[in-house]
Design a protein around this ligand. Structure first.
Ligand code: C2O
Ligand code: CU
Length: 480
């Protein structure tokens, strides 16, 4: 692992100036009293994914619904979530993006035993950061998420922020067959070694994109939380006639900014909070389009302006920025450097020849075999005990992590237990102080990130295109 980090370290002043305030984040639940309590039962159900007039689709649900209930927790307040498994297979719940103690992270065989059919597990944690998160299973993930198990999780700021309305769109992508049921063929080698199981129906909060009409009023300010809960579909959203201002990425507030061409890249597992000044004309309609894949653009939602006088004559002038979360400040000068190299996939991404696997190195082409590797190792599935950590970081140390994508494919790389400040992409500084738990790498990208290893345990680091994760694009690191 030899890489030149001097270009990064020379920007030390830059990063120190940008880092947030330090605080200790991992409060263990001291007493059960006063916890926000929620119950989630996982079971089979049905949903009207294709529209009210069409037959319903058999799905797997949290509390009977797709997506699952939106959980609202409070920053710095203990939450207790009792999960009951009504499926006939093991599951767990991972609280994606929340910095919590390892035992509550929901990775079977690594942080907890799986929740067996008919069993319960109680998750308790105190979310240190406000923002937009989500939850999903970490067992048989491809099938369980692909059959609908996903829900939004909002951690509320202590003080409300200036917006007239707070909306959330949980985006899901389904591969349905012509009878409107979820198509078989999960984990086939074609999906696994290429773009993953991209579907043919997108839903917004469980309703088909084509039927997603959102009533708005001229003059209002909307905070819109976008969460991509797809297995594999990367999205690039454009808001016709509007200029969304990004105020948070993966839950963490950033410097408010507009993106290039107003296009919002949203890979699987990513969240983006935007502030929208509704400056359209009363009575008019504006589309929100996803045009990430060439030739496959579609309308995700339609904003429909009421035929009413604007709520206010001029956009709200209260600041759009959100209060910072208590992220620990990285010490770049003393940072420990680690590198992960993403390898494999079809077509020019480098072959998997000579890769030493931990598990699942079965006959190529069989389900469950490896198509990808990290630093020459393929860890397949959802998380197992016994995986040697790829690297170890001392508790409290700053880790400067380089992720190098040698493949010909896009990968949203997700780190459990931490938020990382994204420093640079292909040598160019990344602006706006973006802390992320899911970092999208384009083919051949090299990205430098940094985080303080303040949270002990064995943690997952994997691609969130679930086919890629299951087929080897996953690893574990240890903080001791
Ligand atoms: Cu969103 Cu390892 O997970
Ligand atoms: Cu990937």
């Amino acid at each position: 692992m030899k890489t030149n980090f001097n270009h990064v370290l020379s920007r030390r002043g830059f990063v120190q100036a940008l880092a947030g305030t330090a605080a200790s984040a991992f409060l263990r639940p001291a007493s059960a009293a006063g916890a926000d309590e929620h119950q989630i039962r996982i079971a089979r159900g049905t949903a009207r994914l294709t529209g009210a007039e069409n037959p319903s689709t058999a799905v797997w649900t949290y509390n009977g619904a797709v997506p699952g209930p939106m959980l609202r927790l409070r920053q710095g307040k203990l939450a207790r979530i009792i999960v009951e498994n009504g499926l006939d297979e093991d599951t767990t719940v991972h609280w994606h993006g929340i910095r919590l103690q390892n035992a509550m992270d929901g990775v079977p065989g690594l942080t907890q035993p799986p929740i067996r059919p008919g069993e319960r597990f109680t998750y308790e944690f105190t979310p240190p950061d406000a923002g937009t998160y989500w939850y999903h299973p970490h067992a048989d993930s491809l099938v369980q998420i692909g059959r609908g198990l996903a829900g939004a999780l909002v951690v509320e700021e202590a003080e409300p922020v200036a917006a007239d309305r707070d909306l959330l769109w949980l985006l899901q992508d389904w591969r349905l067959s012509s009878d409107g049921q979820i198509a078989a063929g999960f984990g086939n080698m074609m999906d696994a070694a290429m773009s993953g199981r991209v579907g043919n129906l997108i839903t917004v909060n469980g309703s088909p994109a084509a039927a997603t009409d959102v009533q708005v009023r001229a003059g209002e300010r909307i905070r819109l939380r976008l969460a991509n809960a797809s297995l594999a579909r990367i999205m690039a959203l454009r808001f016709e006639g509007h200029r969304p201002i990004v105020v948070a990425v993966d839950g963490q507030p950033c410097d408010p900014h507009e993106t290039q061409g107003g296009r919002l890249l949203l890979a699987p597992a990513m969240r983006v909070d935007v502030v929208l000044a509704m400056q359209g004309d009363p009575g008019k309609r504006y589309t929100v389009v996803d045009d990430f894949y060439d030739g496959l653009a579609y309308t995700l939602a339609t904003l429909i302006y009421e035929n009413a006088t604007p709520l206010r004559a001029h956009p709200l002038d209260a600041p759009v920025g959100l209060p910072r979360n208590p992220l620990p400040v990285p010490d770049l000068a003393g940072a420990e450097r680690q590198e992960i190299v993403l390898q494999g996939g079809m077509m020019g991404g480098g072959k998997l020849k000579g890769v030493g696997g931990m598990m699942g190195m079965a006959t190529p082409g069989m389900n469950g075999s490896a198509a990808w590797a990290i630093n020459g190792m393929s860890m397949t599935g959802d998380g197992h005990a016994g995986m040697t950590p790829q690297f170890t970081v001392k508790r409290g140390a700053t880790c400067l992590l380089t992720m190098r994508n040698e493949t010909a494919w896009w990968h949203p790389m997700h780190i459990h237990g931490f938020s990382m400040l994204v420093l640079s992409r292909n040598g160019a500084p990344v602006p706006h102080r973006q802390w992320q738990d899911t970092v999208l790498l384009a083919p051949k990208d090299t990205i430098d990130c940094v985080f303080v290893a303040d949270n002990p345990g064995d943690w997952m680091l994997h691609c969130h295109i679930i086919d890629h994760q299951m087929a080897g694009l996953m690893t574990v690191f240890r903080v001791t």
